[in-house]
Design a protein around this ligand. Sequence first.
Ligand SMILES: [Fe+2]
Length: 386
Amino acid sequence: MHFDYFMPVRLIFGRGRLKELSRLHLPGRKALIVITNGKSMRHLGYLDRVAGYLKEQGIEAVVFDRILPNPIETHVMQAAEFARNENCDFVIGLGGGSAIDSAKAIALMVKNPGTYWDYVKGLKKPGEDVLPVIAVPTTAGTGTEADPWTVITNTAVNEKVGFGIKETFPRLAVIDPELMVSVPAKLTAYQGMDAFFHSVEGYLANVAQPLSDMYALDSVRRISTFLPQAVADGSNLQAREEMAWASTQAGMVESISSCISEHSMEHALSAFYPELPHGAGLVALSVPYFSYLLKKNREKVTERYLHIARAMGRQGDNPELFIDALKDLIAAVGLDNLKLSEWGIKKEEAEKLAANSFDAMGFLYKLDPVDLDRADAACVIRDAII
Ligand SMILES: [Fe+2]
């Protein structure tokens, strides 16, 4: 065994705990609250509640509300300038992964020079001066409340890249499953499957460690049981709570192990097709992807596929059991008819998308349990496009 373990986020987890923002120690006197350009954070009253709790502590807040579902670098730079002009000393990401990831990227850019892409591409090294980030997730899927990763798209170069440093871990995450009951069924399914793949990929990565294994299998177990329930009845608080914890655990898996190339391939799809939800892209890729790994090197993945299959309630010694259980889970959450062609993606683009996945996020291929090259990636992507 040979590993690092670093998980610096204070997690406040439980139903109704959002209100504790009125008395939790917060790292400043003026917050930038980051939300997406959708209406839900205002309609559901979450934005007013957060601002109101801060006010009870005498903390001021200003709001940046332009973030897109697939967030872009331009908005990160605009929000950082806004936070600088407003003298904000910490950033709150309120919403799904796009709001929280953006909050982290904005926190980095308030005091560091240059463009965000300079840091993503390693052209500049950030100083220590990253504003503290508070994460308040209202969806269960990205796990971004428990990891340092930001996923931002640079539209000028069609690249969607994950990036993070130890300073972009949130200081504090308030995970209140009651905030998640209003997520519509289809989004619940997409987001929950994203969490599922964080855990499965982190379990298969060649950098997995004992604690990531523990979190990964436990979250796979919870998602297999409770995601179909949360999709069937969004008001089922137990299912929402189980999914919230499964997603946070999957975020910890991403922090101490890693996603693998399935995520590189998905980022290529949604870099070119920003309307494609991340979870939908992953679901479409998944059966071809995990089947391909098994076909390419059965011996390498068999044992871990069996462990995952067991966590999904399957007994036996055939690694295809995992693929079968995956297909059943996808059907149980109503995503078995998903077609990438509905988003306009064509089979002829497989090579271009495979190349983009290597150019933008090639580092995850190095963590795969089975080596994949560009031709392998093109095969997987071609199979996934129907
Ligand atoms: Fe993801």
